[in-house]
Design a protein around this ligand. Structure first.
Ligand SMILES: Nc1ncnc2c1ncn2[C@@H]1O[C@H](COP(=O)(O)OP(=O)(O)OP(=O)(O)O)[C@@H](O)[C@H]1O
Length: 311
């Protein structure tokens, strides 16, 4: 246990994996607090699956290490896996069995799980347990994977792209399951390449790009970073020079009495400048976090060296 405090569910220290000369993940140092939902966000190939496999000791790190629930994943693998619910990114279930048989097998492997727990999860996800897995769609297989991850109410859920293959209704049901798990004090580490779902489910978001941690932030602070487009209609023509160079304001375009620009962060510098004129209308486009936030991080890596919560 090496004196690890029990309020940390996952501690990764300089976790690094190279596949030959190819970087899977490098220098990942990160804590996941017990009871929090951490979204692990990054585009395809960023290193999410590599990280998850390292945490579970399905892969050995090139350097660095991890402590999970106070245990060493290498030494205490079996004990640890009983306390973890894991959803792999690529599900490879034996095909012949019915979902119920496979889940009975998983239940037994975990030392017994109340069957009512399994059927409750299956009902929630509208999964027919009598179907052979071979005949199931990708989405239904994903549901089987989710049931086996959640069924023993593990202290820690590690979920690799949990919503892939689920339709929007089931994605929402899954997010409700995560919220319930959190309410019950379970810790959730979920990878995703979709910001919206992570935003809905997570307390904090870690962003990984090219195998490196690019940011780790509370979900609320993502919104404040939103870049929005603003359009203002004045009574009279205005001069673009009045608005260029204001803090956070860029892409200033003026055509006669209409100003269009992009604002990163607070609106007040722009609002103060705008208030010198008669304003007829002000339109602010809903920030599309998916695009703006991700492009922000993915194009300006060097400007975000300060990482909250990372040590
Ligand atoms: N077995 C392997 N051999 C060689 N390179 C690998 C292997 N597994 C992953 N990689 C490489 O490591 C990098 C990280 O891959 P990883 O699968 O961890 O990313 P990911 O974020 O999970 O992406 P995805 O969402 O596509 O699964 C990629 O460049 C990938 O090509």
């Amino acid at each position: 246990m090496s004196g690890m405090s029990s309020d940390i569910a996952i501690h990764a220290e300089d976790l690094t994996k190279f596949y030959g000369s190819r970087r899977g993940v490098e220098g990942l140092t990160l804590d996941v607090k017990a009871g929090e939902v951490l979204g692990f966000l990054g585009p395809n190939g960023a290193g999410k699956t590599t990280t998850i496999r390292l945490l579970l000791d399905f892969l050995r790190p090139t350097r660095g290490d991890a402590t999970i629930l106070g245990l060493d994943p290498r030494r205490d693998k079996a004990a640890l896996h009983r306390q973890i619910g894991y959803l792999p990114g690529e599900l490879a279930f034996p095909g012949r069995e019915k979902a119920a048989d496979l889940l009975r097998f998983f239940a037994a492997a975990r030392g017994g799980v109340a069957w009512s727990q399994v059927t409750a999860l299956a009902d929630r996800l509208e999964l027919d347990l009598t179907r052979p897995i071979r005949t199931m769609s990708k989405g239904n297989k994903q549901k089987v994977g989710l049931v086996q991850a959640f069924m023993h109410q593990p202290a820690l859920l590690i979920l690799d792209e949990p919503t892939s293959g689920l339709d929007p209704l089931m994605q929402q049901e899954f997010l409700a399951m995560v919220a319930d798990a959190r309410a019950d004090g379970q810790t959730v580490f979920m990878s995703s390449h979709v910001l919206a779902e992570v935003q809905q489910a997570a307390d904090r978001v870690a962003i990984i790009r090219d195998g490196r941690l690019a940011a780790l932030e509370r979900v609320e602070s993502l919104g404040r970073r939103a870049i929005r487009t603003v359009e203002i209609h004045f009574d009279d023509p205005v001069d673009a020079a009045e608005f260029t160079g204001l803090p956070g304001v860029s892409d200033v375009m003026v055509s006669g009495p209409i100003l269009r620009c992009t604002v990163d962060g607070r609106l007040s510098p722009l609002i103060k400048a705008v208030a010198r004129h008669e304003v007829i209308d002000l339109l602010s486009a809903e920030p599309d976090l998916e695009e703006t936030f991700l492009s922000y991080y993915y194009t300006q890596p060097d400007q975000h060296t300060q990482i909250e919560g990372a040590r």
